[in-house]
Ligand binder design. Sequence first.
Ligand SMILES: [Zn+2]
Length: 81
Amino acid sequence: MYGYQCEYCEGTVQSRLLKREAFKHRDGFVILENVSIGVCNNCGNRYYSADILHRVNDVATGKTPVERVEQIPVVQVRLSA
Ligand SMILES: [Zn+2]
């Protein structure tokens, strides 16, 4: 699934199993647990397979029932000049 060359450097994208990863979608975030993503072994850029993106979309649109909903703390950071 991974193993191709990174788009941004000479590194190789390698499969890595993550306990949890947050994915942004149109209306918010979805967290997938025990998900395999691709990570460049040189620059660390992350790659998501079409399979993962489909899964995120299915959760976002309600096609896949969620196991639980967690609250995410939000903080507004005001940048001072
Ligand atoms: Zn890279």
